[in-house]
Every structure is written in C-alpha cells, then in structure tokens.
Design a protein around this ligand. Structure first.
Ligand SMILES: [Zn+2]
Length: 327
C-alpha cells in the first residue's frame, strides 16, 4: 500500500507524519519551528522532517499552515504565520524539489475540516463545515469531499462574519466580528468582565481556580467550574452560547451543511456548551430546514487533524491530476 507525507507547519511546532490510504499514521516526527532562522531555515526543517518519515512507498507530500494559501500554486497569499521571508517562498514547489515527490499546500483550517470529513467526526457528511474556537475562530468548508476555497482562498473565515454591525472594530478592519463574541478568548473576556462587575457572591470557585486573580481567568477555568456545577460559570456559558449560536445559525443558513464540527480549546467542553447552543438554535437562530438537517459535533482528530488533512490534500490532488495511479 502506498502512503503520503503530511506536514503541519505551525508558529511554534512542525509535525510531520507518514499516512496510509486509510488515514492511519504510520510514523511521525516533530520539532520546534525555527522561526528565528526565517523562511529558508523553516523550509530546510520541513524538508528534513519529511525525509525522516518517508519510506519507499511514499508517493507525495502535503503541507498545511495558518494563513491564506493559494492551493493551486502551493504558496502563501500574503503573510505566513509570522515567519519572516516564508511568504516569498513557493512552499509546495520547494518541497517537491527537496524531496523529489509531488507536493501540495493548503490552509490548516481547510485541511482539518477535510480530515474530520474523511476519518473523523464528520465522516460520511456531504457538506462538512468546521469551526475552530481558539484565540480567534478559524474554519473550513468541505463539499462532496473537496475543500471549498472561494475565488480568493479565504472561504471559511468564520471569525470575521459580522454579527453586530454596530459592534467594536476587529483587527481585520471589520465591525462586530464573530470572534470578538464567540471565540474561546471571548468566553474568557466575558468571564473577566462579569467577575469585575460582580459583588463577590457566588464567585468563590472561579477565585480558587484563578488562584485569587480573576483577571487571569481562562475559558478552560470557566468550563472546569461549570463542570463542577458552579452556577456563576454555568451562567457565563448560557451567555456565551447566544453569540455562538448566532454564528452557527448563520453558517447553517449559508451552507445548509449536514455536519458542523467544533474544534479548538473548547472542544472537550462541548458536552456543556453544545446543549446551550442547541437551545438557542431551537429558539430561532437558524431556519428550521437548515437546522433539522444538521448535527453539531466536537472534533475527533485534535492534534493530528493537520497532518492527516495535509496527507488527504495530497492524495486528492494526486488522484485528480492522475500523477499517481498507485493511490
Ligand atoms: Zn474581523
């Protein structure tokens, strides 16, 4: 059986894996991203990691990264995850040269959605939309097993859906963007504001978890307190579910997907957040026809979604281009 190399390039870590045709990881290696060595240093690290995991049955390589990537050309459109000089390097072309294998590049959010649709939480879905709730909100859309890119490779930027046209300015230049209200960071901000405005009753658990300084409260601490039944934390999740449901309802109305996958730091707490979001959705935040056909599920692949998605990107490209008849 032939295999493909998947590489997940992040701002702090690079993970490379040899992945078989069923999505199984056969070997993997990782290292810190040598950001200080610039684009050329990072390219050398990518090639070395890929070489370390490949074997005689490897027929291609896929690399994924944050930032907008022109999947057709295999290179960045604009900035490249804060690595100076990397945006000028044709990512896929250089890897192909270094390894003597066909190489392809893709945005990491798109690749994660593809991986979840292939062997993860959205297996079998016709239209899979993934939203990653972290510092911001990333995402990807997969239709019929193929990534939907849009003409400018910025499809799936759900963090910048405007959900309040009179809201605060976002770093993207937009107004009232979804990630200001519905990211994991937004839950932490909501918690800090509520704690600062509180008269001190009922916040003992959150004081304990934040070791006495509630200005440092995180979304994870809020979820941990909620899991223990803390009423203040549960109230925060009730509030947080409203903007999140507004985002998910808009996504349902736009794409009419059969599966929405939730990834990122809040994924392990989806059993607490999910029912609150469903309640909001049932009260009219999505068209009934869009909502009834859609299931919202937590991601299944976590840390490995990037490399598995990268490998799948390469497999899809190799198959459709006819380069490899071995896949
Ligand atoms: Zn924005």
């Amino acid at each position: 059986m032939s295999n493909v190399i998947g590489i997940d390039l992040g701002g702090t870590k690079i993970l490379a894996a040899r992945v078989d045709e069923d999505g199984r990881i056969l070997a993997k290696h990782h290292r810190a991203t040598p950001v200080e060595e610039g684009g050329e240093g990072v390219m050398a690290a990518l090639a070395a990691l890929a070489a370390a995991v490949r074997d005689d049955a490897s027929v291609g390589v896929g690399v994924v990264s944050p930032g907008m990537i022109d999947a057709g050309r295999g290179s960045f459109v604009g900035a490249a995850c804060n690595i100076p000089g990397l945006e000028k390097i044709p990512l896929a072309g250089r890897l192909a040269e270094a390894l003597g294998l066909p190489a392809f590049a893709e945005n990491d959010g798109n690749a994660a959605a593809l991986a979840e649709n292939w062997i993860g939480a959205a297996r079998g879905a016709k239209i899979c939309v993934m939203l990653t709730l972290g510092t911001g909100i990333g995402g990807g859309v997969v239709m019929g097993g193929r990534i939907y890119h849009g003409v400018g490779y910025c499809s799936g930027e759900f963090g910048h859906l405007s959900i309040d046209y009179k809201g605060p300015k976002c770093s993207c230049g937009g107004t009232g963007c979804a990630e200001l209200y519905a990211s994991a960071r937004a839950l932490a901000v909501l918690g800090r504001q509520a704690l600062a405005a509180s008269d001190g009753t009922g916040i003992e658990k959150l004081i304990e978890l934040s070791r006495g300084d509630t200005r440092n409260i995180t979304s994870k601490m809020i979820c941990a307190a909620a899991r223990e039944g803390d009423a203040f934390a549960l109230g925060l999740l009730d509030k947080y579910a409203r903007p999140l449901a507004a985002v998910l309802g808009s996504v349902m109305n736009s794409y009419n997907p059969d599966r929405i996958v939730i990834g990122g730091g809040l994924c392990p707490s989806w059993d607490l957040i999910g029912p609150r979001v469903e309640k909001e959705l049932s009260e009219g935040r999505a068209l009934p026809a869009a909502r009834s056909g859609c299931t919202i599920v937590p991601a299944a692949l976590h840390e490995e979604a990037g490399v598995i998605g990268a490998a799948r990107v390469a497999m899809n490209q190799l198959r459709s281009s006819g380069i490899s008849r071995r896949l």
